[in-house]
Design a protein around this ligand. Structure first.
Ligand SMILES: *Cc1c(COP(=O)(O)O)cnc(C)c1O
Length: 499
């Protein structure tokens, strides 16, 4: 299988190259030139398989420059027993009637980012052996909370890699901060910046493209890579769990082979929902993909009107991992829906850069609406949903998942479409304990760990040990730097002991 770039169709690279490069030099994202097709028999054959076995089958279709043995080793390393608190890795639980929850947060950091970031280090090391030979890889991450911790945990003590994470000092939850600042491992670094997530992201991007730094890196046999969701190695592992969810529903007798289901995804950078779109194009029977947003509803408006407009107020919500105005992976969908016309994609993204907006044609909008539906909800509605879902169904959901549950309800009420549905659940409720507790009881004060205890006593759902255990862990990182790229560059050089 060959990959190309959304902004330069003449490029042809292998999956190993796409993964080591992360982003294409001209700024485009790597996409497969063809989408592999599967039959219903292929899906049926996975029904009684474990998650690991299902992952091997699906990934092999995309990572054709790797041998079966290589893929097996990667997948087993990522999802082996003990890494995920559920033996099923990504279990499907029934909420009510034909509404189901796909729990993607049983990994080491309690957010769905683990599904990809436990596998990415294996993919990246495997890829770099093919493409970079003996260079050391430096992973730089800008995070609004979940990606940073999941990347640190994935790459800690992985040979030939170093990882450095920048997070906004006042833009992450106390639990997320604690998770990152207590990170173990001999190749890890964490630094807060005086700025918001966008500042962290632009700082990191500036470092990636800085010629001076590139020179110093070359002299020291180092090379940068990215663990953000623009990397194909982040996206491809996410296709697997949509197949897995469908197989689980078959197994549980909720659907018959070939029946269509809908999927609802709480969306930020558009990676998770795009993975569902790839699964659908491969032949998985999905009917509608429902994109759920919080008050930062740039995608809701886009899917309804065809106009993408990031010139709007930015809200800090109680579902912070979706507080984002530029959804990077949307570019891959634009490429797909413009019949792989790289010129059209370049024009859209030039307009976004220049004016903060772009608009697609009525034809392309019609294609989007064949597949996608969208909705959004406020913090108030999110809390009400956490409360009601707990009262009615005795199910405790985090803030991001609650956004999706609410948008799912609205969709069903508005359209009358009662197709069986899978809602992607992206974080453990204990990761956003203060908001969840206040949704249930109307108040939440005290420190993060007292709130965890209170939530446990109230709901009898025990908190993941990785979170409650943080209380007694040593804080290793307290660094804060300014948001200009000189300051951030110094942090990078210090950590690497160069420059
Ligand atoms: C990252 C994240 C999201 C958004 O996922 P995208 O793939 O960026 O759309 C939603 N919920 C949680 C908890 C996350 O960490």
């Amino acid at each position: 299988m060959i990959y190309t770039s959304t902004r330069d169709k003449s490029l042809k690279v292998t999956s190993a190259e796409a993964i080591t490069r992360g982003i294409s030099a001209e700024g485009g994202l790597f996409v497969p030139c063809e989408i592999p097709q599967v039959s219903l028999d292929f899906i049926a054959s996975m029904k009684d398989m474990t998650y690991i076995e299902r992952a091997k089958k699906v990934l092999a279709l995309y990572l054709t420059d790797f041998s079966e043995d290589e893929i097996s080793a990667f997948v087993e390393g990522a999802y082996k027993e003990g890494k995920f608190s559920s033996a099923e890795v990504a279990p499907v639980v029934n909420l009510h009637d034909n509404v189901n929850i796909l729990e993607l947060w049983h990994g080491p950091t309690c957010a769905f980012k683990d599904m990809a970031l436990q596998l990415l280090p294996h993919l990246l090391i495997g890829s770099s052996k093919k493409t970079l030979k003996d260079k050391e890889i430096v992973i730089l991450v800008a995070t609004s909370g979940d990606t940073g911790k999941a990347a640190l945990e994935g790459f800690k003590d992985v040979d030939s890699t170093k990882i450095l994470v920048f997070y906004p000092e006042d833009g992450v939850s106390p639990m997320q901060k604690r998770q990152m600042c207590t990170q173990e491992g001999n190749n890890v670094g964490v630094c807060a910046i005086n700025g918001n997530f966008d500042d962290a992201q632009s700082g990191v991007k500036a470092i990636f493209t800085d010629d001076e730094i590139k020179k110093v890196f070359a002299e020291n046999n180092l090379v940068f890579s990215s663990a953000n969701s623009i990397n194909w190695g982040r996206l491809v592992p996410q296709i697997v769990y949509y197949f897995s969810a469908y197989c689980d529903m078959l197994k549980q007798g909720k659907i018959e082979l070939g029946d269509k289901i809908n999927v609802v995804v709480p969306t930020g950078n558009f990676g998770n929902i795009l993975a569902a779109n790839y699964a659908m194009k491969m032949g998985l029977p999905l009917e509608k993909l429902i994109c759920a947003s919080n008050a930062n509803n740039v995608l809701t408006d886009f899917i309804k009107t065809g106009k993408y407009d990031k010139n709007r107020d930015f809200y800090a919500t109680i579902s912070p991992s979706m507080d984002i105005l530029i959804s990077s992976n949307l570019e891959r969908l634009m490429f797909m829906l413009h019949d792989e016309d790289d010129g059209a994609v370049n024009a859209l993204y030039a307009s976004l850069k220049e004016n903060g907006t772009f608009e697609i044609s009525a034809d392309v909008l019609a294609k989007i609406n064949e597949v996608y539906s969208a909705g959004c909800c406020s913090d108030e509605e999110t809390k009400q949903t956490i409360h009601d879902v707990y009262e009615k169904y005795n199910y405790l959901s985090d803030t991001h998942t609650a956004v999706a549950i609410k948008v799912c309800e609205d969709y069903r009420n508005e359209t009358g479409d009662m197709t069986p549905v899978v809602i992607a659940s992206t974080a453990s409720p204990y990761k956003f304990g203060a908001s969840v507790l206040s949704a249930l009881t109307g108040k939440a004060d005290g420190d993060e760990f007292e709130m965890v205890k209170e939530l446990e006593e109230l709901t009898k759902v025990s908190a993941p040990a990785q979170l409650s255990g943080l209380k007694d862990k040593e804080v290793r990182f307290t660094n804060v730097c300014d948001k200009d790229s000189d300051s951030m560059r110094k942090v990078v050089f210090n950590m690497l002991g160069i420059g």
